[in-house]
Design a protein around this ligand. Structure first.
Ligand SMILES: [Fe+2]
Ligand SMILES: [Fe+2]
Length: 370
């Protein structure tokens, strides 16, 4: 039986040293808070008895070498191990350049944080009988340009199956930047949702199920959400640089039945220097940028509204994405036509039967292996 274990997750910190920040008016990420927010969380985590910290990608804002180096140097000072996987913001193109990291540089730079060789994926034993597999979902076309969505290539899938085969009797958790399970209705096919998912997730899911993996950790979507498919749970954690600026602390406790219980707690960064009302300011920041986004959503399937109608309804939905990002949203707009409200309710924290089930932030999950 494994021993109890406690660990933290910080996702999508999008680290940006002040001089690397591009000031574009419609920028969605509040990257100005990346460094003060991560400093505040790490100082707090350093006082906890943690077994490790996990960062599921988008470590930097734009793959900048100096932002990666800042993070590496900060993680080196932690009193517990940290593990990372790459996000789409971390390796902008395969070959990198003087100022940006390439794919081959990533496992080199982060060799103290999971990587054991040249491959951009790894296996680490966290504690006796408990393992972490870090996968790479950042893939490139033949010209070295990044693919639109996540993709786990064939050699990596085969390595995953072979590795899981050697860990049959143990517990394994997997970290990957792109979502594998859907966290929004129809995400895998939706024009706006599919860039957040692993394109060949069906193949990946077969390998994970064969290997009895119960637990996936992802990022990328910048939303607090916990999804379940059979015995597999996927915990996606919101971004440190967008509302509600969350991080999580998780506790795994072995049960007498031989199964594991996972307690999830979520916290928010309430304020940092220069942002004394971060929660309020950041929600407003998202609201101010919501019109274009909501019109796109409303004119796409399954809503399929005309542009005029979408522009009419969008102001009433200015907090929609902030509410989704925070998790546990009810998404109930009873002022809307019944069919439209039915479609919106499916975005909320509901189970397969449409019942409200708020497990995105605070939850106790039972992990079951046969
Ligand atoms: Fe991100
Ligand atoms: Fe991302």
């Amino acid at each position: 039986m494994v021993r109890p274990c406690r660990f933290a997750i910080i996702s999508d910190p999008h680290i940006a040293l002040p001089h690397t920040i591009a000031h574009t008016p419609q920028r969605f990420h509040l990257v100005e808070v990346s460094i003060p927010a991560i400093e505040q969380i790490l100082r707090s985590l350093e006082t906890e008895q943690l077994d490790f910290l996990l960062l599921p990608g988008d470590l930097t804002q734009h793959g900048e070498r100096e932002n990666h180096e800042w993070l590496v140097n900060r993680l080196k000072r932690l009193p517990f191990p940290a593990y990372v996987v790459p996000g789409n913001h971390d390796i902008i193109d395969r070959d990198g350049g003087d100022r940006t990291l390439g794919l081959a540089d990533f496992p080199q730079l982060y060799r103290d944080f999971g990587y054991t060789g040249d491959r951009p994926y790894y296996h680490q034993e966290l504690l006796p009988g408990m393992h972490l597999i870090g996968l790479n979902s950042i893939a490139f076309d033949e010209d070295g340009q990044q693919l639109f969505a996540g993709f786990v290539d064939g050699p990596q899938l085969n390595w995953l199956s072979a590795t899981l085969e050697t860990l049959r009797d143990d517990w394994v958790m997997v970290a990957i930047h792109h979502n594998v399970l859907e966290h929004l209705p129809g995400q895998a096919r939706h024009t706006m949702g599919r860039r957040y998912i692993t394109q060949n997730r069906d193949e990946l899911l077969i390998r994970l199920r064969e290997g009895q993996v119960n637990l996936l950790f992802t990022g990328h979507l910048h939303v607090q959400d916990i999804a379940q498919a059979g015995d597999l749970w996927e915990i996606t954690t919101g971004s440190l640089v967008s509302y509600p600026h969350p991080y999580r602390i998780l506790t795994l406790t072995p049960q007498t039945s031989g199964q594991l219980q996972l307690a999830v707690e979520s916290h928010r960064v309430q304020a940092v220097a220069d942002w004394p009302d971060l929660q309020i300011t950041s929600r407003q920041w998202m609201r101010d940028r919501s019109q274009h986004f909501m019109v796109r959503l409303l004119t796409s399937p399954p809503f399929n509204l005309s542009t005029d109608k979408a522009e009419f309804y969008a102001p009433e939905l200015q907090d929609f994405w902030a509410d989704i990002s925070a998790g546990d949203s009810r998404c109930d707009y009873d002022q809307f036509p019944a069919e439209m409200n039915r479609l919106f309710r499916a975005f909320g924290a509901v189970d397969a039967d449409g019942r409200y089930l708020p497990i995105d932030n605070q939850a106790t999950l039972q992990l079951v292996r046969n």
